[in-house]
Design a protein around this ligand. Structure first.
Ligand SMILES: C[S@@+](CC[C@H](N)C(=O)[O-])C[C@H]1O[C@@H](n2cnc3c(N)ncnc32)[C@H](O)[C@@H]1O
Length: 538
């Protein structure tokens, strides 16, 4: 039976798989060499998601593509983002009858390094999320339309993510200060400006309040969809400044404004976690820490910590291969990232590969693999024959990019895990089923998810993941192990699913962490993943 991994993540001596490579050179673009602040005192650029597209070329020869049969496949369901709006795709849960503005393609005449530019870009993305689009996709469109510089992109992204984390409160504030709901883009502009005028626990705000008012008004005046609302934006934001404490106290009586989640989500959290729901919801409104996984093939963790110390980057070890940076930074500024010495991976996600207990020479299937965080970790720990399968070929391409950066290889397969046409009929020793789910456990990383999901998505996704698990079980060799993972907090998708699966298939359940609660704090500052491990007893 496997040893139960802990998330207290005390550093254990973990020998490097292969001798360490020379330390990476000190990068030119150190994150602590902060970008020059403009008049609007731009915030630091948030870390680039490991999911973000990379520029490295994709080796097409390494893939065997298997197209789902026409007409029978579901539109690919993303594990961490809603599916494209197909006939049978997931639809947004956040119905406010707000249609996206018609002129999201409009390029206002604003200075590209101004806060007004960033506010308008972020507001445009927020409108699109209200229309059902995932935030990363909306931001990609906005960056292209506005031809934003890297610094502009960082500022837009930072503001849009803050807006998502405080959308319930901002909507309630606008509702409290207006008689008639403003037009969608004006509402979104306010939803972007208001969080910038609120103080954090230390009493700091990211910008000077009057700068925010001034720049929000400039942004409103620059766009045809908001020009008429310029006076209203000015009046509302100034009133908020005058009456901030009373207004915040007043809207905090509404749960959606207090917690910044749709009411069904709050209810589901209360039901599932009567003791912890408040800490879970609060932690989901915080920006996540940046946790790295040190590549066991390339460097011992202690050597890498020394590299960080030399570069003046504060960090500490929190797991066998996990290092948490004191402050988030752009990935290309992280020493050794481009050279494949480290990857960005949450601490809870770093439990998957060790739990799977892969040995050299084993045949391993990573059934919902993209963008490949766990695929790569498996290969960093063992010389295994890994097939990385994913229903979404575009996301699968990211697995290829990550493998390439880390100097690893696997067979990539574009197919749906609940089908069998792609399988060569040879059993696997290990199967990782990191199934598509509501992603309710990773909302701090993807704060748009709460506004995009519907309550009914939980059941729809649980049905699909049950089909995937049953199908994969047939592909497991006797004595083989299957690790079932979700990034969901909802028991229907995780524990209830695991229990029903074990009964249906006569699977032996081994020790595994079960539901990890993302409640924040020093020891539990990780995503909300669920782990269940099964063995097919011969
Ligand atoms: C939670 S993410 C996987 C994360 C990944 N294991 C990692 O660690 O980087 C779930 C993945 O399942 C894929 N997916 C969704 N439906 C699928 C299906 N029917 N078959 C296979 N993959 C699917 C999504 O495209 C998404 O990449």
């Amino acid at each position: 039976m496997n040893k139960r991994p802990t998330l207290s993540l005390k550093a254990k001596a973990a020998p490097a798989k292969k001798p360490a490579t020379p330390r990476p050179p000190r990068p030119a673009n150190r994150a602590d060499a902060a970008p020059k602040a403009d008049a609007a005192a731009r915030p630091p650029q948030p870390p680039r998601s490991p999911d973000a597209p990379s520029a490295s070329p994709w080796n097409k020869d390494a893939i065997r593509h298997h197209k789902p049969r026409e007409g029978v496949g579901r539109p690919p369901l993303m594990g961490t983002a809603p599916a494209p709006q197909g006939e049978r795709g997931l639809r947004p849960s956040y119905h406010r009858d707000l249609k996206p503005a018609l002129q999201t393609e409009f390029k206002a005449e604003l200075k590209a390094d101004s806060l007004a530019f960033a506010l308008l870009g972020a507001a445009t993305a927020v409108v699109q999320v209200r229309g059902g689009m995932a935030l990363p996709q909306a931001l990609t469109g906005v960056f292209g339309t506005l031809d934003a510089t890297p610094q502009g992109r960082g500022a837009i992204q930072d503001i849009a993510y803050r807006a998502m984390r405080q959308l319930g409160r901002s909507d309630a504030l606008v509702g409290a200060m207006t008689e008639k709901a403003p037009e969608p883009l004006a509402t979104a502009l306010l939803a972007c400006a208001l969080p910038l005028m609120q103080l954090d626990a230390a009493g700091n705000a990211p910008y000077e309040a009057f700068t925010v008012v001034d720049q929000a008004v400039t942004a409103a005046g620059s766009h045809p969809d908001t020009a008429r609302a310029k006076g209203m934006v000015n009046a509302l934001l100034r009133r908020f400044l005058r009456e901030r404490d009373a207004l915040l106290a007043s809207v905090a009586r509404q749960p959606v404004a207090r917690w910044n989640y749709p009411q069904w989500w709050i209810d589901a959290a209360v039901t599932a976690y009567p003791q912890d729901w408040q800490r879970i919801l609060a932690a989901g409104d915080e920006a996540p820490p940046l946790t790295l996984r040190v590549n066991a093939r390339k460097s011992p963790v202690d050597d890498y910590l020394a590299v960080l110390a030399e570069a003046g980057i504060g960090a500490r070890r929190i797991g066998p291969h996990a290092v948490r940076l004191d402050k988030p930074m752009g990935v290309h500024g992280i020493p050794g990232f481009d050279a494949g010495i480290v990857s960005v991976q949450d601490a809870a996600a770093q439990l998957a590969a060790p739990l799977l207990d892969v040995q050299d020479g084993m045949r391993v299937l990573d059934a919902c693999a993209a963008p490949g965080g766990k695929t790569c970790h498996i290969l960093e720990l063992a010389d295994a024959h890994v097939t990385a399968l994913d229903a979404d070929p575009r996301r699968l391409a990211r697995v290829g990019e990550n493998l390439e950066r880390l100097g690893l290889s696997a067979t990539l397969q574009a197919a749906e895990a609940q089908t069998r046409g792609w399988w060569d009929g040879e059993g696997y020793d290990r199967i990782l089923a990191d199934v598509p789910c509501t992603a309710s456990g990773i909302v701090r990383r993807h704060p748009d998810i709460r506004w995009l999901r519907r309550k009914a998505d939980t059941l729809q996704l649980a049905t699909l993941s049950g089909e995937i698990l049953d199908n994969l079980w047939q592909m497991l060799r006797p004595n083989g192990k299957l690790l079932f993972v979700t990034c969901s907090l909802w028991p229907q998708e995780s524990e209830a699913q695991a229990a029903a699966f074990a009964v249906r298939n006569g699977a032996t359940r081994l020790d595994a962490p079960g539901q990890l609660l993302p409640v924040g704090g020093a020891e539990q500052d990780h995503d909300g993943l669920f782990y269940a491990l099964f063995q097919k007893v011969a």
